[in-house]
Design a protein around this ligand. Structure first.
Ligand SMILES: Cc1cc2nc3c(=O)[nH]c(=O)nc-3n(C[C@H](O)[C@H](O)[C@H](O)COP(=O)(O)OP(=O)(O)OC[C@H]3O[C@@H](n4cnc5c(N)ncnc54)[C@H](O)[C@@H]3O)c2cc1C
Length: 393
């Protein structure tokens, strides 16, 4: 199945997207979906995938050329994620590192950019994201993890994060913690700090969660017991940590849409191939409109979401506020992908549930993308309030 061009991109960006798709062909040959699944099952990692991304210079995409990157902005990062997901090998560690370094690029000091962004280009820095807490969940304003400033300017961090992907593979965590003492109210513009914390520091403990979703990256509870971090671990301004994270969320929304849509397309391709050959009544099941129409609808809905996604990326890259489009892209992309995967399961019948057919194995990840990194209800809240002007829920 050919990759449809993206009409709303300028010629340079179209060329960039095409070259990224070409580079990913080689990566998926070296690290195919079968190996991705095997690692997921074994609890292993996808180190070769990371190394292949570095070798193909794809970790340089999204970092300005002045910092040793390859430029390409969010459009490029989106294309990397979409192309890899279409091959069934979406790299979560790539998604996390590119999101975290965006926050450092935007709000970090020159030295922090040198230490954490420039090093990421050559794959030497892997960063995970520590936002979610067991009690607070979606409501980050109920965060308890506390970074207490000491007399010498350093911080001592105590608390717990949960569902932290790739914490065992990452060397640093981008951590959202309250700097306002416990009990004091938190808001978008006060009381939070954003920290880049070395995961090898004393007082940090990881406990692995047993998550059923066929990915080579693992999830962890991360405990901080009076962890001393230096003053220069603070990114941006103390108090504005939540605001700093929010300013990068559009980047995350768009790359998550790419992740979902790529996997949706991977499932759709499998379904189409199967519907051409499976013939329990003598003719291929694809001749039945009850089988063909859901697949056709999935293609149309994913293509529409894809256009919104690349349009959001282009707006972001041109400095325009992309919030509305980025949120819509995540909502539409994750929903369209889920419908595609569901249709692929129906098309495969019982075979969908045989592990080797690799159909039901796509479902948990696409299902999780309705919930994480932000649930679709919260995105609908955003559209209701910010786009439609309805009263806040
Ligand atoms: C595989 C996986 C990987 C993850 N990786 C990371 C990571 O690397 N770093 C990190 O910080 N977090 C990570 N998360 C956490 C993820 O971001 C949270 O699960 C997500 O934000 C939802 O929080 P929660 O699970 O506590 O759900 P809750 O906040 O308990 O919400 C439960 C449900 O209630 C509904 N709901 C919640 N709030 C609202 C609302 N305002 N309006 C309407 N309905 C609402 C939604 O349906 C939601 O699914 C990961 C989660 C998973 C499953």
């Amino acid at each position: 199945m050919t990759v449809a061009p993206v009409p709303n991109l300028n010629p340079d960006s179209r060329e960039l997207v095409a070259s990224i798709f070409e580079a990913v062909e080689g990566i998926s040959a070296a690290f195919p979906r079968s190996l991705f699944l095997q690692r997921a099952r074994d609890g292993g990692h996808a180190r070769e995938l990371w190394d292949a991304l570095v070798a193909a210079d794809l970790l340089a995409i999204g970092v300005p050329e002045s910092l040793g990157g390859a430029g390409g902005g969010l459009t490029g990062t989106t294309a990397v994620m979409e192309a890899l997901a279409r091959k069934g090998i979406p790299p979560l560690q790539y998604s996390l590192t590119t999101f975290c370094r965006e926050a450092i690029l935007r709000h970090g000091s020159e030295q922090q950019i040198k230490d954490h962004v420039v090093t990421s280009v050559t794959g030497r820095r892997k960063i995970c994201l520590g936002v979610t807490e067991p009690e607070a969940g979606t409501n980050s304003f109920a965060a308890r993890t506390y970074a207490r400033k000491t007399a010498d300017g350093s911080y001592r961090i105590t608390g717990q994060k949960v569902f932290i992907s790739g914490a065992d593979e990452s060397d640093h965590i981008l951590l959202l913690a309250r700097t306002a003492p416990p009990g004091e109210p938190l808001s978008r513009r006060s009381g939070f700090g954003l920290f880049i914390v070395d995961l090898s520091l004393p007082g940090i403990e990881l406990r692995q969660l047993d998550i059923e979703w066929y990915a080579p990256e693992n999830q962890f509870e991360v405990f901080f017991d009076d962890v001393e971090v230096p003053q220069d671990a603070l990114i941006g301004t103390e108090g504005l940590g939540f605001d700093h994270i929010l300013s990068c969320l559009n980047q995350e929304r768009v790359t998550v849409a790419a992740w979902a849509l790529g996997l949706g397309e991977y499932a759709l391709q499998k379904a189409v191939e199967y519907a051409k050959v499976r013939a329990p009544f003598g003719t291929p099941i694809g001749t039945h409109q009850a089988v063909a129409h859901p697949l056709a609808l999935a293609r149309a809905e994913m293509e529409a979401a894809r256009q919104v996604m690349y349009s959001a990326a282009a707006s972001y890259d041109s400095g325009v506020d992309a919030g509305d489009q980025a949120n819509m892209a995540k909502l539409l992309g994750s929903r369209a992908a889920l419908a595609a995967v569901d249709s692929a399961i129906q098309t495969h019948g019982g075979s969908a549930f045989v592990y080797e057919s690799d159909v039901v194995t796509i479902w948990p990840m696409v299902r999780i993308l309705q919930i994480a990194p932000l649930n679709n209800e919260s995105i609908l809240n955003y559209i209701s309030e910010r786009v439609l002007g309805l009263p806040r829920s």
